[in-house]
Design a protein. Structure first.
Length: 466
């Protein structure tokens, strides 16, 4: 049995005219200049596929040729074809010696439901999301199994029975710069990858070097997995609803690599955001931007968009206060006279359970330094004001949603700059939680007027963005 990713279509590619179709690895790389983007229904799968293609580009090509390749407008054919031919067997899901992103597990290991590969699927005590299924009824096609294998490196969290998370520990917020084509998107991220001597790809089975490089990290192995395919019985894939001659219901799913050691702690993901801590022990001076837990931290979660946007807007050098992402800084450096298009992917978890995933797309127009500073000041003003009234606004989630929409309009120059604070204040007044006094209607009315006056005072209109 063979399912080789070089030949088998498994990457959902959207063309420039909006048509989406599955393509194999060779087609996707060689035609990347004709592809608009990766278009899977799951943001986790979409980002994982981008990272897989990025690792392939970083391995096939010489980053010193970045400018030449960018000017050419497409990836070089000869180098890619040579690499795919050399490692052809390593891209086979069922290679008898080294199946792609898997290990041959001998003996009679315990098997797990294949739903372990897809975070949105209900497994054991995990939260049941939109796909309501039973573990023993889940069946995945080989394409969706491939997607699940690729998602482990960027998104695998802490598991039970000693299962460590992936190299980034709790999945951080990922910042992916987007170009006008898949080719540009890959090259914008490729420029932020460090070249590390002896950096091994998982499917090449090379020995790790002294330092964790991007190839090792992008294909980190947090779980030891082996697919156990079966003859199809007519049941479609639980995720994509397609049929295939072979389906997978069970997998070997054991603990994988250990994250202990200084070399792993020193790794910095170019798509994540980090902050240098001034105080604390030396081992804890670097903080990673992770999404707030939306159930137990209900106040911080709705307004997390402000913190993510701050990472994109800020133009301070690395090492300055606040979170910085290498991919954001590099994309801005490479396109200083163009708008910045960013896709932000986050996975909200609680312990080993996935609560929900989220993707946000932001377009930052070309801004002067003065305009950028004033926009950041508006975000700071909004955050400071909300802290004083988070318990008085009836629906904080709805308020943040409206505030985000107003800020997007402000970025796109669809509203006058001095109107932003006014709109935010009007929303705060409208959504403010009334004080219930059913037996004292006059007192209730008086208290509400007092609260409204206080809201208008806190959400002031002075020093608005010019």
């Amino acid at each position: 049995m063979e399912f080789n990713l070089i030949d088998e279509p498994f990457i959902p590619c959207r063309s420039m005219d909006g048509v989406t179709r599955l393509q194999n690895l060779r087609e996707t790389l060689l035609q990347s200049h004709q592809v608009a983007d990766i278009a899977d229904a799951s943001p986790l799968t979409t980002f994982a596929l981008y990272r897989f293609l990025l690792a392939s580009v970083h391995r096939c090509l010489d980053r010193d040729d970045w400018q030449t390749i960018w000017d050419a407008g497409r990836l070089p054919v000869e180098e890619i074809e040579k690499y795919l031919k050399q490692y052809r067997r390593r891209f086979d899901l069922f290679d008898p010696e080294r199946p792609f992103l898997q290990r041959i597990v001998v003996g009679s290991p315990s098997l797990r439901p294949v739903s372990d590969l897809i975070a949105e699927l209900h497994t054991d005590t995990n939260i049941n999301h939109s796909l309501h299924t039973y573990d023993d009824s889940v069946s995945l096609c080989l394409t969706c199994c491939t997607h699940g294998l690729l998602r482990l490196a960027p998104f695998c969290g802490q598991g039970g029975q000693g299962k460590a998370p992936s190299i980034n520990a709790p999945p951080p917020v990922y910042f992916l710069p987007l170009g006008r084509s898949l080719f540009q998107t890959l090259l914008l991220s490729w420029a932020s990858l460090e070249v590390v001597t002896g950096d091994p790809l998982l499917w090449e089975d090379a020995r790790p070097g002294e330092k964790v490089g991007p190839l090792e990290a992008l294909t980190w192995e947090p779980r030891t997995v082996q697919l156990r395919p079966q003859e199809a019985d007519g049941t479609p894939c639980t995720v994509c609803k397609r049929n295939g001659s072979r389906m997978v219901r069970e997998v070997v799913f054991q603990k994988g690599r250990d994250r202990s050691g200084a070399r792993v702690r020193d790794w910095r993901d170019p798509h994540a955001a980090y902050e240098d801590m001034v105080e604390g022990k030396p081992a804890k001076r670097i903080r990673t931007l992770v999404p707030p837990e939306p159930v137990q931290n209900a106040i911080a979660s709705p307004g997390f968009w402000r913190q993510m946007l701050t990472v994109i807007l800020r133009h301070d050098p690395p090492g300055a206060d606040g979170f910085h992402s290498a991919s954001v800084d590099m994309a801005r450096k490479l396109q200083p006279t163009d708008s910045l298009h960013m896709q932000i992917v986050s996975l909200h978890t609680r312990k080993a359970k996935v609560l929900h995933d989220q993707t946000d797309d932001w377009t930052i127009p070309l801004l002067s330094e003065d305009a950028r500073t004033k926009l950041l000041a508006e975000l700071q003003w909004l955050g400071d004001s909300i802290k004083k009234f988070d318990s008085s606004i009836g629906s904080l989630t709805e308020f943040e949603r409206r505030a985000e929409r107003h800020f997007r309009d402000l970025l796109a120059s669809e509203i006058a700059p001095d109107a932003f604070r006014k709109l935010v204040r009007e929303d705060a007044v409208e959504l403010m939680r009334p004080v219930p006094r059913p037996q004292r209607p006059l007192e209730s009315k008086r208290l509400r007027r007092q609260c409204e006056a206080e809201v208008r005072k806190v959400f002031n209109l002075t020093e608005a963005t010019p």
